[in-house]
Design a protein around this ligand. Structure first.
Ligand SMILES: Nc1nc2c(ncn2[C@@H]2O[C@H](COP(=O)(O)OP(=O)(O)OP(=O)(O)O)[C@@H](O)[C@H]2O)c(=O)[nH]1
Ligand SMILES: [Mg+2]
Length: 394
């Protein structure tokens, strides 16, 4: 049997991975290739899975931990897709707070299943606003140093760095950021794309086709710092049935909820990594997103906007730099304020937690293959800091 191409798309929360998965799957399907997608999270009730399924793609979900800690589940998910659909290409999106995927996922897949997967270069998606924010010497980053440590490690192991959302910044800024990334990570291929506007996606897919296998760049990782960084991010997944007395404009309501959440997180100085919501009403599927506390809520209507209706199912996935209990209280308060007198909410599930320390099933690491110079425990700012001159003693 021919090998199935396996593309992993990593990168920090909110960078645009799911958007890229959807666009890539659409391009590949249009070219006559069968595609299977694998989503991943620390918990279930995923907006990403719902969004991609609503687009008609075949999706398997790996919940309860990152691909690295759920290696067998990842293999099981790909097996299911292979058995049911015989895909040519599988695209997986690991959790946005996860790193060290070359050593813990790509290499083990290559070693244990050499005849099954053709592992593509590991692609890491970057949000330019977040990157600039982190690099700015004036502003202190709203994300903690230990969270930035994960961000830096994600870039360090990339075979391909995709500077996404290039539609949202000037061509000059995109060029400058791409040049900076290329200088700091010379072994990685840097490409500016816009997943949303489908620009650069074909070029990226073509690059993967003609490149050698991915995951060569394994690195040293301080798992203590990594675990502490992840634990600083509160996680909340909620599923809520919403009923209204009269038919509602769910798009306006979705935006209102995101604004309500943003105001409350900003007031409590809890930086949003990514708050996603999916609102499904009769004939309408909406996805909403907030990728920083200062960012603008963004809402997409999938398919045709249906006629106003009085009932909807709401999924909320919030990843915020916050204690899990405080996160839950903020989301509850925002939901109550949003509902007011007009909406009746029935919360059928709400899980809040901090991710457990990562414990990869396998780890095949040869640090000497790491091509990034400098302190292996550097945070993102250290990685971009100009190198100091070496002073030799006479
Ligand atoms: N302007 C612009 N927005 C984008 C682009 N790609 C993604 N977005 C938006 O960025 C937000 C986050 O996108 P996602 O694809 O959900 O990000 P993600 O990396 O999958 O996020 P997590 O699953 O939380 O890690 C959404 O509002 C997208 O519409 C892009 O190319 N341009
Ligand atoms: Mg996603």
């Amino acid at each position: 049997m021919a090998k199935v191409q396996l593309i992993l798309v990593g990168g920090f929360l909110g960078a645009g991975k799911t958007t890229l998965l959807g666009k890539a799957a659409a391009r590949l399907s249009a070219a006559g290739r069968t595609v299977g997608l694998v989503t991943n999270d620390q918990a279930e009730d995923l907006v990403d899975t719902q969004v991609l399924r609503a687009c008609g793609f075949r999706v398997q979900e790996v919940g309860g931990g990152c691909f690295c800690c759920r290696f067998a589940d990842l293999v099981g998910a790909t097996d299911k897709l292979i058995a049911e659909h015989r895909p040519d290409v599988l695209i997986g999106e690991p959790v946005g707070s996860c790193t060290d995927l070359a050593a813990t996922v790509l290499r083990p897949l290559q070693r244990f299943y050499p005849g099954r997967y053709a592992v593509a270069p590991f692609s890491v998606v970057v949000d330019p606003e977040r990157l600039e924010d982190l690099l700015s010497s004036k502003a202190t980053s709203p994300l903690a140093e230990k969270v930035l440590y994960i961000y830096g490690k994600q870039l360090e192991e990339a075979d391909v760095i995709l500077l996404n959302k290039s539609d949202a910044i000037s061509a000059e800024r995109a060029e400058a950021l791409a040049a900076m990334l290329a200088m700091r990570f010379p072994a990685a291929k840097v490409m500016a794309i816009s997943a949303l506007e489908d620009s650069g996606v074909d070029e990226w897919l073509e690059f993967l086709q003609r490149s050698a296998a991915g995951g060569a760049r394994v690195m040293e990782v301080d798992y203590g710092t990594y675990a502490e960084g992840e634990a600083l991010l509160g996680w909340l997944n909620a599923s809520v049935r919403v009923r209204a007395r009269a038919a509602q404009d769910w798009k306006a309501l979705g935006l209102k909820l995101l604004q309500e959440l943003r105001t409350r997180f900003a007031a409590s100085k809890a930086e949003v990594a990514h708050v996603k919501l999916a609102l499904t009403a009769e004939g309408t599927a909406l996805t909403g997103s907030l990728t920083s506390t200062r960012g603008h809520p963004f809402l997409i209507v999938q398919g045709e906007a249906g006629a106003p209706s009085s009932e909807a199912l709401l999924l909320v996935n919030a990843r915020v730099q916050s204690e899990p209990e405080a996160l839950k209280q903020t989301v509850r308060a925002a939901l109550d304020a949003w509902a007011g007198e007009d909406l009746e909410l029935d919360v059928s599930a709400m899980r809040n937690f901090a991710p457990a320390p990562p414990q990869p099933t396998h780890r095949f690491a040869e640090p000497e293959t790491c091509t990034v110079e400098g302190n292996p425990c550097a945070t993102i700012r250290d990685l971009f800091r100009p190198k100091r001159k070496q002073h030799r003693r006479a």
